[in-house]
Design a protein around this ligand. Sequence first.
Ligand SMILES: NC(=O)C1=CN([C@@H]2O[C@H](COP(=O)(O)OP(=O)(O)OC[C@H]3O[C@@H](n4cnc5c(N)ncnc54)[C@H](O)[C@@H]3O)[C@@H](O)[C@H]2O)C=CC1
Ligand SMILES: O=C(O)[C@@H]1CCC=N1
Length: 265
Amino acid sequence: MAILGAGVMGEALLAGILQARPASGLLVGEKRADRAAELTERYGVEVVGNAEAVKRAGTVLLVVKPQDVGPLLDEVAASARQGQLFVSLAAGITTAFIEARLPDGVAVVRAMPNTPALVGEGMAAISPGTHSGEEQLSEAEELLRSTGRVVRVAEKQQDAVTAISGSGPAYVFYVVEAMIEAGVHLGLPRPTATELVVQTLSGSAKLLRETGEHPTVLRERVTSPGGTTAAALRRLDDGKVRADFLAAAEAARDRSRALSSGEPA
Ligand SMILES: NC(=O)C1=CN([C@@H]2O[C@H](COP(=O)(O)OP(=O)(O)OC[C@H]3O[C@@H](n4cnc5c(N)ncnc54)[C@H](O)[C@@H]3O)[C@@H](O)[C@H]2O)C=CC1
Ligand SMILES: O=C(O)[C@@H]1CCC=N1
């Protein structure tokens, strides 16, 4: 297996995969020499040139920025062959774009992961390209399962997935930052505010997952009649926070679509 591009997401994937299988047999292609050295030291993986990685691997994971996928495929296409599986994690890049740049019969799966993969709590969605069947989808699924949960979606839904779970951790951290600042504003020491918010987030996520209750029900349980939560939620509604989340997700989806047409950063 080869991972091409070992930045934030490439490392998250690498870390997850290494929990399920040994470093031997895992190849990494990484442009930045300092980063490559860091990964070899941290994980004991072999870093080689992209073309060599593709020649030696059965499965190739593309984890470079969307704008770098085209040039990378041009670099490795001559080393690719029928029967290989390419899994792309790049936002907005379609399986058709990748298939057009590789030899006929190379299977392509598009995946959208997220960074909690680094701690085994990732959420990834996968979609098959033209030459991918159950075998290739299962392989991609198994691979990503070493970093968290995996669902299958139609490729046309991947821009929406990107906007919700791909970018989603950033929205959550944004809310966390705002809540910590609010605690500090109300006079709490920063470490106390941070502990309160992080545990509230993690406990609420666990409550959602373990009870399977609808979020509205869980929110109503916190909201005592005429109480503190009702007062706070009224202000959030005044601020149109719910509508803003919708608009933010639309902006992310539109950006994902634009990336597929090669629009620059
Ligand atoms: N960061 C995130 O939360 C998520 C990222 N993604 C996707 O993952 C991909 C990578 O994103 P990040 O890891 O955040 O970016 P990054 O910039 O941290 O990592 C990209 C890495 O690729 C390397 N690289 C660039 N060109 C290369 C080449 N030709 N050969 C070998 N290595 C090369 C860079 O040196 C860098 O280390 C993007 O396509 C992004 O859309 C998908 C889901 C979530
Ligand atoms: O911001 C981005 O473009 C990538 C894709 C999803 C999360 N990070």
